[in-house]
Ligand binder design. Sequence first.
Ligand code: SIN
Length: 493
Amino acid sequence: MASAPAFPVPATVAAHLPTGLLIGGEWRPSSSGATFPVHDPATGTDLFDVADATPQDGLAALTAAHEALPAWRAVAPRDRAELLRAVFETVTTRTEDFAALITAEGGKPLAESRAEVAYGAEYVRWYSEQAVRINGMTRTAPSGANRQLVLRRGVGPALLITPWNFPLAMATRKIAPALAAGCTVVIKPAGLTPLTTAYFAEVVRAELAERGLPPGVINVVPTSSSGDLVGPLLADPRLRKLSFTGSTEVGRVLLAGAAQGILRTSMELGGNAPFLVFEDADIPAAVQGAVVAKMRNAGQTCVAANRFLVHRSVVEEFSAGLTAAFEKLVTGPGSAPGTTVGPLIEAGAVDRVEEVVAQAVDDGATVTTGGGRPARRGHFYSPTVLTGVSPDARAVREELFGPVAPVVTFDTEDEGMDLANSTEFGLVAYAYTRDVGRAFRVAERIESGMLGLNRGMISDASAPFGGVKASGLGREGGEAGIEEYLESTYVAL
Ligand code: SIN
């Protein structure tokens, strides 16, 4: 457990914050004795030092997960469900603790962190309910010669690699269905934000211990050198499943590694979400939806609207509305009352956003608000609207991961749809229109796994979240999310 609390982590949380590796039910130091620091992105100061897992530690975690598998698979679905339900209750009761940690290490405003706790806890509740609804199948073969029976069971030990932008929700979105399905897990949280995941894992560990359930069901190995740790795990035949949320670039490397072991994989990768505003849209509603779709976590989400594609006849009204809305946002540390936009995760992220904005401006775009760093310590960038952006600018071709909204103009529905689909990514799209026929055309033509229709927010634990094209494989959440952790045995009778 950690020693002295560092602002803004409350002392009560710090006193119970595990900063080691969780292997086989025990928190322990790294086998090398090494640690690495976790920073507060609002100030750049160190919060805590966390044990730095070595490749040997990763393999020890897999051994624990592998050894716990038979006993965990044998636990009754109802008992797995009740464990998850108890975890949901504890997380919900400790909303303020979790929110403080999320804000401390990730920077997002406290109100958003509380929303993440509710969102993350909901995955646990949803899969506590799904644990008792894992259905097989039986039927008479079409020939009538025999019966078919399909049995389902957890695929086996799963490696879960989670990102820094939702340190609770991205962990629960993987851990909860895995445990509900009867899988055991090794989690490698993002090195930038390992604290929240550790705090959550401790809740699960304590529940397992209290119920006399196998301690190696959940294992956590934070590390400062992911590649070194993950490589040997992917090469180990005991591992049966890999679930990753992060960039497409890293996803490609992991998929190549997973190919050796023919692992089941779920990949939630990069996005480049178009936000379409048609000429018949309710513009004030579109502006409001745009702020939500863009500014959650200061634009640092895979589902952040990345490109605002607006019909020429309404572009002025929409851009003016968005500019006015951005000007009302308050940039500052996530823990400060009234903050609506927190810092970016690290200094390099601010440098990148700055470069992309400069390039758009060099190519003729106009900054209608923002366009620089506010005068304060920490990794901040001001909410920015760019109008008259070329469809070829980096600001629209690359995933921005920052509080910048580039506006591109189109003239016809066809042109808008072509622009929306002109990317290798296909995670989510947003569209505003009051024409029902157009809404259906968009839904049928859009190349993305999710569509927000007259809505700036699609995330929901009970819905299938995931992308097409280079945005990934598989779905998380909903009924589909647990399928990713199940395999089947077909029995011919
Ligand atoms: C992400 O940014 O990867 C996830 C966002 C969400 O679940 O809403």
